[in-house]
Design a protein around this ligand. Structure first.
Ligand code: ADE
Ligand code: ZN
Length: 343
């Protein structure tokens, strides 16, 4: 039996109260079955299911590709600015309950513009929710992600369409199906994003064909500030040392890993932690994988036998890997220390 007494690092109450940042969270991945059904009704869309149980029964996946095949069609229910606002607001409420004080959340404009939804519905709905999240005690920022299985031209068009709304997002990312879509395909659009003052991150999903080459490329060719997932880097200790020296963040998602591969990758996460990397814990697509961020901490603590000090380090890493100014990082890390001291 795991120790889940209030002072234990696996206690749900302890983990939910721990101040933390969430840096790997797809807003579209927070679409819970009940909201999906409500939005389908609001917009007169037949999604083929009419109960939460029926929706959940469609959640059958064991790889990134099979997950994405369930994930994208569900987005049809998102149409108006209010739909995007409602989705993000539901997530920010859950994040607040999970001790998240800062979030840098991904969104996928092309998953919506490719269905004819105007980009302003997406950006302005999410941005209004992010502004209102302050009243929940959550400082929320947005990261525009390009879909890597779309063309480089489509990514460039998306960035051009989004730049009039530049003040609503802080960085760009790259997600969707990695197979056959290496980082180099997007070198130009990421350079344009950097020239516009945007921060850069990219997914390097778990156990992909060429994972380690893609990780090397995002570090050497694209020059990202952090990597989403990226735990295959442990295959190359020299690259780990370089990432540590450069202060690269790794936004890992233990429960997601156990759905799209056969393993949580706890050993790899702990190796990065012990090596001094800014590795942190996140939830990825919590409505699909059934675990928001505190539950991801709990899963990792239990699997890897982490201590309170380890958990505190992971929470501090979440701020160190963030794009907050240094003085805000220091403030939040002091809040972690104060929380642990009082626990
Ligand atoms: N889109 C949503 N979740 C993703 C993930 N974990 N990897 C790639 N694309 C995604
Ligand atoms: Zn992701």
């Amino acid at each position: 039996m795991p120790d889940i007494s209030p002072a234990s690092p696996a206690s749900p109450a302890f983990l939910a109260g721990l101040p933390k940042a969430e840096l790997h969270l797809h807003l579209e991945g927070t679409l819970e079955p009940d909201l999906k059904l409500a939005l389908a009704q609001r917009n007169g869309i037949d999604i083929g299911q009419s109960t939460v149980e029926e929706v959940q029964a469609t959640y059958v996946f064991d790889s990134l590709a099979t997950f994405l095949a369930v994930y994208y069609p569900a987005m049809n229910v998102l149409q108006s600015e209010q739909d995007f606002y409602d989705l993000a607001t539901a997530y920010f409420r859950r994040a607040a309950a999970d001790g998240v004080v800062h979030v840098e959340a991904f969104f996928d404009p092309q998953a919506h513009t490719s269905r004819g939804v105007p980009i302003e519905n997406v950006i302005l709905g999410y941005s209004r929710a992010a502004t209102d999240a302050a009243a929940l005690g959550v400082d929320a920022q947005l990261i525009l992600c390009f879909l890597r299985d779309f063309s480089a031209e489509s990514a460039a068009e998306t960035l051009a369409a989004a730049l009039p709304y530049r003040e609503h997002f802080v960085g760009v990312g790259l997600d969707s199906d990695e197979r056959g879509n290496p980082p180099s395909k997007f070198a130009e659009v990421f350079a344009t994003a950097r020239a516009n003052g945007l921060k850069l991150t990219m997914h390097c999903d778990i156990d992909q064909v060429g994972s380690i080459d893609n990780i090397r490329s995002v570090l050497h060719d694209i020059d990202v500030e952090r990597i989403d997932h990226g735990t295959n880097i442990v295959e190359d200790p020299e690259l780990v040392a370089e990432a540590v020296a450069r202060g690269i963040g790794f936004t890992t998602c233990p429960v997601s890993n156990s759905f799209v591969t056969d393993d949580m990758k706890a050993d790899e996460i702990v190796q990065l932690l012990r090596a001094g990397a800014f590795v942190c814990v996140n939830s990825d697509d919590p409505a699909y994988f059934g675990a928001y961020v505190a539950a991801n901490y709990a899963a990792l603590v239990e699997k890897a036998g982490l201590t309170v000090d380890d958990v505190a380090r992971l929470a501090k890493n979440s701020f160190d890997a963030s794009w907050l100014p240094e003085e805000k990082k220091a403030e939040y890390k002091a809040a972690v220390d104060a929380y642990i001291a009082a626990a």
